[in-house]
Design a protein around this ligand. Structure first.
Ligand SMILES: [Fe+2]
Length: 212
């Protein structure tokens, strides 16, 4: 049983908690709760309704039960990323993809993110900002063999699937609003179609990576 405060997404998300093995947890302020009990298929109970693994919910003033692993962004809407002043401040505060990776092909991509932190031995997260209408670039492999899902915190975004690397081979997309997570986009053996995250408005999302 533990509730751990995390400061990796400050100053924009001051109040993030990682909750493990709590029979009952009170969500007091308006929060986005992400169920990370993926490997055990642990369902969180919200007043008799289920929150499935790798799905999220916007909650306030409610006790949730049977929490095996959850990441909670308390007061997730305290700052509004769709306000240009806030977006400019995030761009100044969090390093860009290129600043993190040093990879030439990421130069100029208007994405900024926090450090990646390990929540458990197999699960890590970042918080990522994207400027409006910005594709992140189609890819089908990741640095590690991971199950990947994106959960939206603010603004609107989408995850798009492609038959080939070229954007004209697009065939499917999942729209993401605050509190939503897309369905699984990897196969049984961890194979992915070409895919990318693409912002619609200025937005903030959480890429979750679970090692296979
Ligand atoms: Fe990906």
């Amino acid at each position: 049983m533990s509730i751990k405060k995390l400061d990796f997404a400050r100053p924009f998300f001051e109040d993030v908690e990682f909750v493990e093995n709590e029979a009952a947890y009170f969500v007091e302020p308006k929060s986005i709760v992400i169920n990370l009990a993926y490997k055990t298929h642990g369902v969180i109970d919200i007043e008799g309704l289920p929150l499935e693994p790798l799905k999220a919910a916007i909650l306030q003033g409610v006790v949730i039960n049977d929490v095996e692993r959850a990441l909670v962004f308390r007061n997730y809407d305290r700052y509004d990323v769709t306000c240009p002043e806030t977006a400019a401040l995030i761009e100044k505060t969090w390093k860009s993809l290129y600043e993190w990776s040093g990879q030439e092909h990421q130069k100029g991509i208007p994405y900024h993110k926090t450090e990646k932190i390990a929540l458990t031995e197999d699960t890590s997260v970042t918080v990522c900002y994207a400027a409006p209408m910005s594709p992140s670039g189609p890819h089908k492999t990741h640095a590690k063999d991971v199950n990947e899902v994106h959960i939206q915190l603010q603004g609107m975004g989408k995850v798009q699937l492609f038959r080939e690397k070229e954007e004209e081979t697009f065939y499917r997309e999942f729209m993401l609003a605050p509190g939503s997570a897309h369905d699984r986009i990897y196969g049984e053996n961890g194979e992915y179609p070409w895919h990318q995250y693409c912002s619609v408005t200025a937005c903030i999302y959480v890429p979750v990576e679970i090692e296979r």
